[in-house]
Structures are given as C-alpha cells and as structure tokens.
Design a binder for this molecule. Structure first.
Ligand code: PHE
Length: 470
C-alpha cells in the first residue's frame, strides 16, 4: 500500500519537507515579535523549553501514528482504535483536522499574498531605478511619466490594502501551492522543499549579518540576548509561548501525521522528529537575530515602533509598516534587501501552505478514485473561494478565523492526537512501530520517557492552554 501512496525518498528529504511545513510566517515573524514584547531572552528560554518538552512529544505522536497507518489522519486514527465507536470518533477527529487545516490555509494564503505583493513591488522599484538610469542616458524627456506609469503606480497598488489586490495576490499564491501539490510527494513537496529551504536559511543568515552592521542593531541584539525577567513573568507569557510552539510545529491538524505517513519504515522516528523540532526552533532563533536588530535599526532611523508605554505598536501588522519604512530609509541597498526579504517570506509561506493543502488532498485521494491533479485543483479552488469570502468580509472574518483555528481548534485537536497515542492505541502495537528496523527501541531513552509523557503531561498542558484561551 505504501508503495503507491508516494514516499519521501530520503531522510534529508523528509526533514526538509517537515521543517519546511513547520518553518513559516509563524517563526520568522511571530516568534521574534513575541520575543520583543515578552522580555527578549527570557521568552526565548521559555519557548525553547516548551518546544522540546511539549511540542516535540506531540509531534512524535502524529509522526508515529502516521507512519504506522500509512494513511490520512481519519483513517489512521480509525486503524489504531480498538472498538468501532472509538474508530468513529477517530475518523471525526481526523476530519475536523482537515477542516481546520483548510481554514488555516484560507487565511494564510491572504497574508502570503501580501508577501508576494511586497516582493513584486520591490522588484518593480528596482526595475524602475534601472529604467530611469537608462532613460537618463538616452536623455528621454518622457522619462519621469514613463517610470511613474510602469513602476510607481503598480508598486503603490501592490502595497496598498484593497479587495481586488488581496484577491489577485491570494489567487496567485494558491496557484503556486496547487502547482506544487499536483506533483505529489517526491516530485512536488520534497523537491521544492529541498530547493526552497536552503535558500531560506541562507538568506535569513545573510540578511541578519548585514543588518547587524547597521547603526542601532546592537540595541536589538541586547534585548534579544539579555533576559528581562520582569516581563517574562507576565501571566500570559507561558500560554502565548505554548500556542506559538503548537502553531509553529504545525501540530493538531493532521499535517505532521500525513507527512509521517510518507516516511519509510527504515527510519528512526525519534531522531527524525528531533531534527525537525531543532530545525524549526533553530530558524525561529536565527530569525530573531534578523528581526529584532532590524526593529532597532528602524527605530534609529526615526521609524516609530514602540508606544509611549514601551509596548510594541500593532504587533501583527508591524511587518508591513516597520520593515518597508526601514527598507525605504536605506536607499538602493534597502530596495535590494526588501526584495530578498519578501521573497524569503513567500518561500517560507509556500513550504508551509503545501503541507496544509496536502491534508484535504490526501484524504480525498485515499477515499475516492479521483486523480491527484484533479483533486488538488478542486480542493485548492474551494479553499481559494473561502479566502475570497474572508477578503470580502475582512473586518469580521479575518481575525475570527485565525482565533477559531489557531487558538481553539489546534490545541484541542492536538489533545485528541495525544489521547489516541497515549490511551487508545495498544502499547505493544505502538512499540512494534518504533521497533521496525530498530529492534533496540524498547531500551532507548525515548521509550522510557515519551509514552508516559504523551499520556499525561502533554494532555494536561494542552488542556491548560485551552482552558486559558476560553
Ligand atoms: N507552522 C506553520 C508556521 O509556522 C503554520 C502551519 C500551521 C503549517 C498548521 C501547517 C499546519 O507558519
């Protein structure tokens, strides 16, 4: 069965694809801005502990169930259930994950579309600069008007909030996502993650090094690396960091479960999961070295980022105000950096969005006889229609969909995955899954700690988050 479902061709291929899913707008924007508001290094420490102590065990639950069943979340939870009733509930949980993954994609595609917009606008401005120089050499008298029509106007349109712009850019992003998913696991997800992930890591590192040389950057670095424990004991910090860790590792919607189902039986699951967690956390930490210094460089250049009381201004939209202002204040270099930065955000978003779309696509393919290409287009267009509805009713729906999916649904469904792995799946069958090609699994540290952990500690912490968010 596994053979005609598609499989990751190698260990690295899986790690890059799963880390690509995990690393997204959440890490590169969400983590650094939260760190900036919540005591810098203090938040970093809490986040690191939670990522390894809560998110890693929950990730392992999804990977192990997925590889055992070699099926989508609904069917996988059915398969490990001992009674028909538990199986029916399992199916419903998997299906709920599918709906949530689709809804997450519907808002993610809107934000990712904006990233494309800012990328193309920067590219246009660069082109405008070259065009102006060219026209100057030719001594053309129509130069300013021409540049205005060809470059300035479209760039302003792309950077300004409007329904037509949002719909166009969202559709463009969805077409890219659909294009990759139609190519399947090996030729689509793995191939593109392999190409895009190294590009992402290199450009964050390169940009960070550059930004660190600018005046003001060291202040940002200090905030990031010197813990301010007075802010870190704020009541919501723990809960916020927990939610961030969950969203960041793509948990609770069946994404990691379906990626797990494409792992070969030869692989050692605990170390694969460890690599994915470490990469996800590593890139978030690396992005901190870029975003925090960049914020203080912007501050140094006169861009307002803090209110009088010292709080960050509009945390969520800062990326579309502070960074462009920073880039603008840097002249031509700023244009080049801006182009690379928004390309990077688009790439990070794309390796995450494909993992969201794979959830409903895999379910449909495995339950019907429709081909992957047709399924992907139908499901993708349906999700784009939901996005369009959100765009048209932006003020009422956008925030609501984000809250319902990431704050309530993800933790609750993550809780259910832990219950299935910890309480409802027979322990001997679970151990057998880990022992495939690794007969010594029973004596490894993972088996000593993880089963009890996923049974008691993870569900308790997740219930804690859920209770808090209510
Ligand atoms: N982990 C992704 C990010 O950090 C978001 C995501 C959530 C991806 C759920 C897949 C499923 O941006």
């Amino acid at each position: 069965m596994a053979s005609n479902r598609g499989q990751f061709s190698s260990r690295l291929g899986f790690i890059l694809a799963a880390a690509g899913s995990a690393v997204g707008l959440g890490n590169i924007w969400g983590f650094p801005t939260q760190a900036a508001s919540n005591g810098g290094a203090a938040f970093l420490i809490v986040y690191l502990i939670l990522a390894f102590c809560l998110a890693y065990p929950a990730l392992m639950a999804e990977l192990i169930i997925g590889r055992h069943a070699h099926a989508n979340a609904s069917r996988a939870l059915e398969k490990i259930s001992a009674t028909p009733r538990i199986a029916r509930i399992g199916h419903a949980v998997g299906f709920a994950g599918l709906i949530v993954a689709s809804l997450i994609l519907s808002f993610y595609a809107i934000v990712s579309g904006w990233m494309i917009g800012f990328f193309v606008a920067s590219l246009l401005k660069l082109f405008g600069l070259i065009l102006s120089m060219f026209l100057f050499v030719l001594r053309s008298s129509t130069a300013p008007e021409l540049v205005h029509i060809v470059v300035v106007q479209p760039a302003i349109w792309l950077e300004t909030f409007s329904t037509p712009r949002n719909i166009l850019l969202m559709s463009l992003f969805m077409v890219l996502t659909i294009g990759i998913i139609t190519k399947g696991i090996h030729g689509g997800i793995e191939k593109w993650s392999r190409r895009l992930m190294p590009l992402l890591i290199l450009s964050i590192a390169g940009l960070a090094i550059y930004v660190l040389t600018l005046p003001g950057a060291i202040d940002g670095l200090k905030v990031y690396l010197l813990p301010d424990f007075s802010k870190a004991i704020a009541p919501n910090l723990l809960i916020n960091a927990l939610g961030a860790a969950f969203f960041s590792l793509s948990l609770g919607v069946g994404t990691m479960l379906i990626y797990g189902s494409y792992i070969s039986d030869d692989e050692h699951l605990p170390s694969l999961g460890g690599w994915v967690t470490a990469t996800d956390v590593g890139i978030a930490v690396l992005a901190g070295f870029l975003i925090l210094p960049a914020m203080y460089v912007a501050l140094n250049n006169g861009v307002e980022i803090f209110s009088a009381s010292g709080q960050l201004l509009s945390e969520d939209t800062l990326i579309f105000t502070v960074l462009p202002a920073l880039f603008n204040s840097m002249g031509t270099t700023g244009l080049i950096i801006s182009t690379i930065f928004f390309l990077l955000m688009t790439v990070a978003a794309l390796t995450s969005s494909i993992s969201m779309l794979e959830v409903p696509v895999a379910y449909t393919i495995e339950n019907t006889s429709v081909s992957r290409t047709t399924t992907t287009w139908i499901v993708g267009i349906l999700i784009a229609c939901i996005s369009a509805v959100i765009i048209v009713n932006f003020d009422t729906l956008f925030g609501l969909v984000i809250t319902v999916t990431t704050r309530y649904s993800q933790p609750l469904l993550g809780f259910m995955f832990c219950i299935y792995a910890g309480w409802l799946w027979r322990r001997d069958s679970l151990l057998k899954e880990l022992q495939k090609n690794h007969p010594n699994a029973e004596n490894e540290w993972f088996w000593r700690i993880w089963p009890g952990y996923v049974k008691v500690i993870c569900p308790l912490i997740i219930l804690g988050i859920f209770y808090q968010s209510l």
